[in-house]
Design a protein. Structure first.
Length: 360
């Protein structure tokens, strides 16, 4: 059984105090006994004066105190050195690791030994380093993705406008439409980033009201039915009890489900199916969006709710989106004090299932 640092220190200090008390008692008893025998030998067994007895008693007490002091020093010094090494050693190593991480060396790890509080602190520091390292990787990837998202429409706009300026192309509604589409992509990217920053700020608030879950699902299905019909993907909504209600922001919950349905549509080929359902579960409402499209790999699954993350780097904007939709979904669900996660089978056509759980 692992002992905590507090217990070990208490036991060590208690043992030291006990040893000192035992030492003082033994030396005092031995000193008095020794001088009492000396007094009897010196007096020849006859009753001596009080002065002789007092002298021997005083010498016995002084010697006992001296031996106790010397023994205490011999005990306390090595124990103090051991405790200092035991406590300061791990703290010094952790301080060094923290300084290395502050300098940007996020691969630094501290050595962990034992199972006490210091070991737990070392493990927590190592976990923090791992999270910082992962966040740094995501930050770099996000910067690269933002640059790519901005570069592509700007390059398209530049090439079209240069061709129009040089007379290579004649102005036409089609040319202008392409330019407007690229401008719309840029505006959409900026709007999504603004929405995400607003959701993650402390000033964001929700307008709670009573929401009928069945009506919420029907409204989301109506919004996306034309897009599903155009691609040839079946959108199925499972029946929900008319009396099932929840306290939530209806606009934000609609945004959550629409984003999930849009992602499912992009991942599902023509002829596939997407099923949306909701059910009560221990004081919560569990929403599920399940598709029969391309699955999500195990390597990508933990990161799909990060900003700009794309598992398939070859996907373009039409098939992969801007990589912000799921990050917005996560922020909205967390604002409702809920949870969201995804599960997926193995294989490119295993399908994915997104689960949103919101307090009722």
């Amino acid at each position: 059984m692992r002992q905590s640092l507090r217990v070990r220190m208490a036991v060590t200090l208690g043992a030291v105090v006990s040893l000192i008390l035992i030492l003082s008692s033994v030396t005092l008893v031995a000193g008095i006994h020794y001088h009492f025998n000396m007094y009897q030998l010196e007096s020849g067994g006859a009753a001596g004066g009080a002065a002789g007895w007092s002298s021997h008693l005083e010498r016995a007490v002084m010697q006992a105190i001296g031996w106790t002091l010397l023994g205490s020093i011999l005990i306390v010094v090595p124990v103090s050195i051991w405790l200092g090494k035991k406590l300061a050693g791990p703290l010094v190593r952790m301080k060094y690791s923290a300084e290395m991480m502050a300098r940007g060396q996020l691969g630094t790890r501290t050595e962990v030994q034992g199972g006490d509080e210091l070991a737990a602190l070392g493990l927590a520091l190592n976990r923090l380093a791992e999270q910082l390292q992962e966040q740094e990787r995501l930050r770099i990837a996000m910067t690269e993705n933002i640059a790519h998202e901005l570069r592509t429409p700007l390059t398209t706009l530049k090439s079209h406008l240069s061709a129009l300026r040089d007379g290579i192309w004649q102005p036409s509604p089609e040319r202008y439409r392409v330019c407007l589409d690229e401008i719309g992509r840029l505006i959409g990217l900026v709007s999504d980033l603004e929405d995400l920053n607003a959701l993650e700020s402390g000033d964001f608030g929700l307008s709670y009201t009573t929401v009928r879950v069945g009506e919420l699902l029907e409204r989301c299905a109506e919004l996306l039915s034309p897009a599903y019909a155009e691609k040839g993907v079946e959108l199925q909504t499972e029946p929900v009890d008319d009396g099932l209600v929840m306290r939530a922001d209806p606009d934000r919950m609609r945004q959550v489900l629409v984003n999930l349905l849009s992602n499912a549509l992009k991942a599902t080929p023509a002829g596939g199916k997407v099923v949306m359902s909701a059910r009560p579960n221990n004081g919560h409402i569990c929403f599920v969006v399940k598709d029969t499209g391309a699955g999500i790999t195990k390597e990508d699954l933990p990161f799909i709710f990060e900003r700009f993350y794309r598992g398939d780097k070859s996907r373009n904007r039409k098939t992969g989106g801007r990589g912000i939709g799921l990050a917005i979904v996560k922020a909205l669900v967390q604002a409702h004090q809920g949870e969201v996660w995804a599960v997926s089978g193995d294989g490119r056509e295993a399908g994915s299932e997104f689960v949103v759980v919101i307090p009722q």
